[in-house]
Write a protein that binds this ligand. Structure first.
Ligand code: AMP
Length: 250
């Protein structure tokens, strides 16, 4: 089995996002960037499948600026076998990313694609679903559990009413949710070893894919400031007292 894993370079989730004064976009100058957290979970899952003998090769892919190589190096240090950078300086959109992944799936003869359930920069939550439609492969989205037996996959999904279990046949597309696993930290020797692993550059045009955005971004603005202040109370009695006398809702 050959697994393709999507890893997107996004603003680190610990960073407080600032909007540019002209409202044209989010300010990325001197901002710490990192691998999309859901993609770390996807890489971890792919590596576990390889370690358990289910998968033969794990290939990490990033579509983005040259600096996305850092994100790919992290995936390699975690245990991916090789990486592909599809260079693109602008904003990537789910449909064009899905088309690029489809082309790579066909080029690399992939059986399983693992993606994050969403990229935390655009929060689109669309790429896996679009890729599955383009490939005409089954999809298991928001996976919080995954087992593979031969060609059969069982995906556990967290839904409003509890847990849903779906069965899929390979080849398939899976998007992963937070509770699937705890991604490992790469050890220093693994980071050193990853420096020798190959990162191939594949131009989108060479696969007949156009990454130019189709959506027009009109304006980015800060959310409105909170009207109410948060107060921490020590005891339930204090809470009741405040609700009665200050908020006057009891
Ligand atoms: P989205 O649909 O934009 O929320 O992204 C869902 C998932 O698709 C992400 O968690 C990644 O696994 C993958 N993905 C989206 N954009 C990219 C990109 N530019 N490069 C690599 N993977 C991506």
């Amino acid at each position: 089995m050959k697994i393709l894993v999507g890893v997107k370079r996004v603003i680190d989730y610990n960073v407080k996002v600032r909007v540019k004064p002209d409202g044209s976009s989010v300010d990325l100058d001197n901002v710490k960037m990192a691998m999309n957290p859901f993609d770390e979970i996807a890489v971890e899952q792919a590596i576990r499948l390889k370690e358990s003998g289910v998968a033969d090769e794990v290939i990490a892919v990033s579509i983005g600026p040259d600096k996305s190589q850092e994100t790919l190096r992290q995936a390699l240090a975690m245990g991916a076998d090789r990486a592909i950078l599809m260079p693109y300086e602008g904003t990537t959109e789910p449909l064009s990313v899905a088309k690029a992944f489809k082309a790579l799936v066909e080029k690399e003869e992939i059986n399983l694609v693992l993606l994050g359930k969403q990229a935390i920069d655009d929060d689109c939550n669309q790429t896996a679903q679009m890729l599955s439609a383009l490939l005409d492969w089954p999809q298991g989205t928001f996976a919080s559990g995954l087992t593979v037996e031969g060609e059969a996959l069982e995906v556990t999904r967290e839904v409003d009413g509890g847990q849903e279990c779906v069965q899929l046949e390979l080849p398939a597309v899976i998007s992963v949710d937070l509770r699937l696993n705890d991604p490992r930290f790469a050890s220093l020797p693994a980071i050193m070893k990853a420096k020798k692993k190959p990162i191939d550059r594949v131009e989108a045009e060479s696969l007949g894919v156009d990454l130019a955005p189709r959506l027009e971004l009109l304006k980015v603005s800060e959310p409105p400031a909170r009207q109410t202040q948060c107060v921490l109370v020590d005891t339930a009695t204090d809470l009741v007292e405040k609700l009665k006398n200050e908020a006057q809702v009891l």
